[in-house]
Design a protein around this ligand. Structure first.
Ligand code: ATP
Ligand code: MG
Length: 379
């Protein structure tokens, strides 16, 4: 994709990390039954990595990668996993070549997976169990058997499990199946919420850290920045972006590749090479301000007040914060109201907890809130 001769736009710049994927596969191979949990902040490229690097490398190694986004089915993550596995089984049993697409749709229409199995090579299989837990177990076994190789289960946004009703027992089920079927399946989890991670690690009865190996997923590095600089130079012969400045800018925006690409695109449009100024301009752009205003307005006035207090580094449960919150019409602030507001903001991924305490999850958003507060009286 990012072959130098072919690349025509900034949007086509992609970094592949096959060696990183291989190192994860090697880790999985070295500890059967123990999943890897890759954690990193939002928008740094976790899903992209699963899709573009891990899945192809797993296939190369003879595995069958199966992807499930648990966030999409927040209330029923186990069903989401099962659904992904059923789809994969369906794909194996009903080939997509020679008119298979039609057959596949028909099978889905009658809505019974058992039927597709009856139509496949192994006509005497029993229907899959109804209970999601048993179904997961049966699906993994069947899928590995059919593929004649290990299944790689990629569970994206795994922190969703802690918020799901019945999350504790689901984690226990997952853990049991991954252990019992360790010859047939291995798993990689990704998660983005630090808060979710913290709770996942401590979920009663099923401490995740004994179960999964937690890994800090690495940010993109110089390779990505060099590609941006190279393309910039191609578009603006004679103009050069400094690698050190790019590094600094990339760090400033939280190592988010799509955001960095947009910053450099905007710099390219303006014809400027000062990365610091580029980042500043981008953050002040109507487009970015609209995104942050929408995020701010997604919560009510009281929550906004709490959010601003946190962004200001005020202890949210202090008397002085309560005093400030009193200015919000109809608020009647109390400690417990602030507490539940913080919980809500954490669940929304706007606030998160880290070693320092409760902070705004996105540092750029925090900066926006501060700047906005400096420009006018917020409350
Ligand atoms: N290796 C890469 N090379 C180039 N661009 C990338 C790469 N990885 C990610 N991106 C860009 O960053 C965007 C965000 O990546 P992705 O969705 O994978 O992040 P994420 O960590 O899964 O985010 P979220 O926490 O929101 O799920 C992608 O749409 C893509 O444009
Ligand atoms: Mg993602």
């Amino acid at each position: 994709m990012c072959d130098k001769g072919v690349m025509k736009t900034f949007d086509e710049i992609e970094v592949r990390r096959p060696a990183l994927a291989q190192s994860y596969l090697a880790l999985l191979g070295a500890q059967p039954g123990r999943p890897l949990a890759l954690f990193a902040p939002r928008r740094v490229g976790k899903t992209f990595f699963l899709d573009h690097d891990l899945a192809p490398e797993a296939e190369e190694a003879g595995m069958l990668p199966v992807y499930a986004d648990l966030w999409l089915h927040k209330s029923a993550p186990l069903e989401a996993m099962n659904h992904a596995l059923e789809e994969a089984l369906d794909d194996l049993l009903v080939p997509t070549s020679n008119g298979g697409k039609v057959a596949k749709t028909q099978v889905k229409k009658i809505g019974v997976l058992g039927a597709s199995i009856d139509l496949g090579d192994e006509p005497h299989r029993r229907a899959l169990p109804e209970s999601p837990a048993l179904r997961l177990d049966a699906l993994v076994t069947r899928l590995a058997g059919q593929h004649k190789g290990q299944v790689l289960l990629m569970l994206d946004e795994v922190q969703t499990l802690v918020d799901a009703p019945d999350g504790v027992s689901m984690i226990a089920t997952l853990r049991a199946v991954l252990h019992k079927r360790r010859k047939e399946v291995c798993a990689v989890f990704t998660g983005s919420s630090q808060e979710g991670l913290a709770r996942l690690m401590n979920t009663a009865g099923a401490p995740m850290y004994q179960f999964a190996q937690i890994i800090d997923f690495p940010f993109l590095g110089d390779e990505f920045l060099r590609l941006l600089a190279e393309h910039f130079r191609k578009v603006h012969p004679g103009k050069k972006l400094g690698l050190d400045e790019l590094r600094e800018g990339f760090k400033k925006i939280g190592f988010k590749p799509a955001l960095m690409r947009d910053v450099v695109k905007a710099m390219s449009a303006e014809g400027i090479t000062d990365v610091k100024r580029g980042v500043k301009n981008y953050m002040a752009s109507d487009h970015q301000v609209a995104i942050w205003m929408a995020l701010l307005n997604s919560v009510d006035a009281f929550d906004q007040g709490v959010l601003v207090a946190v962004a200001n580094g005020q202890p949210p449960l202090s008397q002085s914060t309560l005093k400030v919150l009193e200015a919000i019409p109809g608020s009647k602030p109390t400690i417990s109201k602030v507490r539940s507001s913080i919980e809500k903001l954490k669940r929304n991924g706007i606030l998160s907890k880290n070693a320092v305490g409760t902070t705004v999850d996105d540092p750029l958003f925090a900066e926006f809130l501060l700047r906005r507060g400096a420009n006018k009286a917020l409350l």
